[in-house]
Design a protein around this ligand. Sequence first.
Ligand SMILES: Nc1nc2c(c(=O)[nH]1)N[C@H]1C(S)=C(S)[C@@H](COP(=O)(O)O)O[C@H]1N2
Ligand SMILES: [Mo]
Length: 335
Amino acid sequence: MLIKIPASGECRESEVTTEAAYLSRRQILGGVMLSGAAAGLPALAKASERYPGVTSAPAPKWFADKLASARWQAVVPDGEAITPFADASQYNNFYEFGPNKGDPARHASTLKVEPWSVLIDGEVDQPGRYALEELCSESRLQERIYRLRCVEAWSMVIPWLGFPLADLIRKAQPHSSAKFIRFETAYRSEEMRGTRSGFGLIDWPYIEGLRMDEAMHPLTLLAVGMYGRTLPNQNGAPLRLVVPWKYGFKSIKSIVRISFVREQPITTWQSMAPQEYGFYANVNPKVSHPRWSQARERRLPGSLFSTNLRDTQLFNGYAEQVAGLYSSMDLSKDY
Ligand SMILES: Nc1nc2c(c(=O)[nH]1)N[C@H]1C(S)=C(S)[C@@H](COP(=O)(O)O)O[C@H]1N2
Ligand SMILES: [Mo]
């Protein structure tokens, strides 16, 4: 595992020079050839040049401006292939658009992602409704190539573009009484056909939460893009959470509200099936789901000849960085 964690969204001279360390790794990143900043070239504004085959979606001006100064490959996995964009954008879980893996790609274009604002409330000095571009105004975009491990035992490797959630927390200035953060996805039945009928189990809106130290951890990302472009709607445009050491369901999509709260929030999956899905949801090969083992995972894409099975790693391979957050906890009880 090779990881560099920046202290903040700021650019530091020392980080720029260490990019050279990745040069030798470029060729093993697999399905996608990485170029640009890692090769000492200026950042390319077009996703199709950085990730061949990826379409550059029309991006708002603030995003295009930030892309020009993005820090590419700020965190990379050790020698693992990036999942092709086609898979990452067509095999999704986003129940607001339907229960099947292909539903989000088919139906999420109805979600209006511009303009977008986020309500920040609760125990903070700076509550209010912020335009998305205001929320990221002081942060430099970073590319973080993370493994994503779904609780359903499949996984991908996705190059996100975003900024640390810690940047936003500092901006909001929480009170010491704020112990958790609660996140809420948009709930617009006219734009989200999956919320209208059918998959009636879920009590919308989709809710997730983190403990404050998890939220402040430098690996915790708010993503606004992936594969060098804005997020496709099906991946949670225009703003989603990415917590790489937790099961994918913690990485809540299309966020409209971020609340600083005193009590541990009740999250969507936990409220549906508390014996199966916990608040912490840390990836753990030793703690089985009641209905299946979590010891192995299917890395997408598979092929006709291989399901591409591999061992699941504790904390999804990020144990060195995050195990300390849970040192006093029994991971089989606080699953
Ligand atoms: N609002 C919302 N966020 C969500 C989900 C969802 O159904 N609704 N699904 C989660 C699950 S189960 C996973 S595995 C990831 C999938 O992210 P991806 O489609 O970008 O790979 O999103 C998570 N975020
Ligand atoms: Mo998932």
